[in-house]
Ligand binder design. Sequence first.
Ligand code: FMN
Length: 144
Amino acid sequence: MIALETEKAYPENYQQTVQQVVKENETGYLPPLKTKIDSIENYDFVFVGFPTWDMKMPPPMKSFLKQYNFSGKTFIPFNTNAGYGVGTGFETVKELCPNSKVLEGFEMKAGAERDGQYLVIKGEKAEEAQEKVKNWLKKIKLIQ
Ligand SMILES: Cc1cc2nc3c(=O)[nH]c(=O)nc-3n(C[C@H](O)[C@H](O)[C@H](O)COP(=O)(O)O)c2cc1C
């Protein structure tokens, strides 16, 4: 499991980050990543998890998907959002990696930075998430 880190951190301030992301989406800017993976060829299945930003895939995840050759690999995308859904995020996996297989994704409402809600997947919500994830993995036949 590896977290993507950008070379330059996004602002601490939520609204500033939103504004920056909107601009990056408008111009198609792909932020350089500090995270490097030197063994991508060893993996056949790649779970890609990302929050919804601006109803899209966050630019750093686009950087990641553009940076490596995922031809012939299978993606399993999953997403958290503030309640507005995944937006175009799963479609973007297909667009950026046309030679990869993309399984049905999973999305779930999580925290909402805008409203100061952080780390909400705990307690009952964590149990709910676990159940939903299990059902999804069964549906896409990754577990029995
Ligand atoms: C820059 C930015 C833009 C966001 N845009 C959206 C959005 O368009 N729609 C949405 O539902 N949530 C949006 N969110 C909320 C995040 O998707 C949500 O807080 C995140 O999935 C929470 O995940 P976590 O609880 O795992 O941290 C945005 C958050 C940030 C920081």
